[in-house]
Design a protein around this ligand. Structure first.
Ligand code: ADP
Length: 264
């Protein structure tokens, strides 16, 4: 068996006295494409930080390609940050982005200010920057956040192509439906690893309920999986048992009353 690209050995991470990750044991093997799922605050970003060597576990060890990190980043790993959270504060970064765009033959984008680029275009620039280092492992934080559905698909297909070319990928997402459709492997996280496997195995109401502490409905149809959380309190039907629909007599009358009032 080859050495795992990522290995977590009994990893616990804490901020102050609070365990954010608890006794995590994980393996990611060469060529795997895995998504970390979990609600906000589940520890997804902390887990990525541990992979990147940006946080030192309070207990246990993170190994990349068999080497213990101990707070040092590995050169085999490239990181693509979440576009929405990136501020482009320095001229140096802008300059770097422009140089990469030129190198990729997309100078027409380079001529525009980085802020004028769409989320999808920015995402591609980050991805390009990450790939220049020819990493074994690509780590992405919410690569599909804040872009339209078409761009989400494009990004996931691009990642899938890169994965086919041999790059191992670990990404976080909170889009369960996109994960079900596009990711070969998912890891459900909420402080601990609740489950991992193919979407087909993992997307079961019990597993998702345990991860999200919610009431998840899973529908399987035509070989696809759809997930939706059952509303916590009211549905629109509880709140509006007798909805006022457009063009009802009542609303027209009200409108006419108002018009009279305005003209009088
Ligand atoms: P996720 O990415 O799943 O939303 P995070 O890893 O960002 O989760 O955060 C997990 C928990 O750790 C949250 O409760 C968050 O408030 C807390 N946390 C994250 N970063 C810090 C920090 N630098 N200091 C203290 N608490 C933090």
């Amino acid at each position: 068996m080859s050495v795992p690209v990522i290995e977590f050995r009994n990893v616990t991470c804490r901020y102050g006295a609070t365990n954010v990750l608890e006794n995590i044991n994980l393996h990611l093997h060469k060529g795997q494409f895995a998504g970390i799922l979990g609600p906000s605050g589940a520890g997804k970003t902390t887990l990525l930080k541990a992979v990147l060597g940006l946080i030192v576990p309070a207990e246990g060890e993170v190994l990349i390609g068999g080497q213990a990190l101990r707070g040092r980043p590995s050169r085999r790993v490239a990181y693509v940050p979440q576009v929405e959270t990136v501020d482009w504060p320095t001229a140096v970064e802008r300059d770097l982005a422009h140089r990469i765009m030129k190198r990729l033959g997309i100078e027409q984008l380079a001529k525009r200010h980085i802020r004028e680029l769409s989320g999808g275009q920015q995402q591609r620039i980050f991805l390009a920057r990450a790939l220049i280092a020819e990493p074994d492992l690509l780590v992405l934080d919410e690569p599909t956040a804040g872009v339209d559905m078409r761009t989400q698909e494009d990004i996931l297909h691009l990642l899938s192509d890169l994965n086919q070319e041999g790059i191992s990928i670990l990404m976080t997402t909170h889009d369960l439906n996109a994960a079900a459709a596009h990711l070969p492997w998912v890891i459900c996280l909420n402080r601990t690893v609740i489950a991992q496997g193919t979407p087909d195995d993992v997307f079961q109401p019990e597993t998702l309920n345990a991860t999200y502490h919610g009431d998840m409905v899973v529908v399987r149809q035509h070989g696809m999986i759809f997930v939706q959380e059952r509303p916590h309190t009211h549905t629109v039907h509880d709140l509006h048992p007798h909805p006022v629909l457009a063009h009802s007599e009542e609303s027209t009358e009200e409108l006419e009353d108002e018009r009279e009032w305005i003209t009088s």
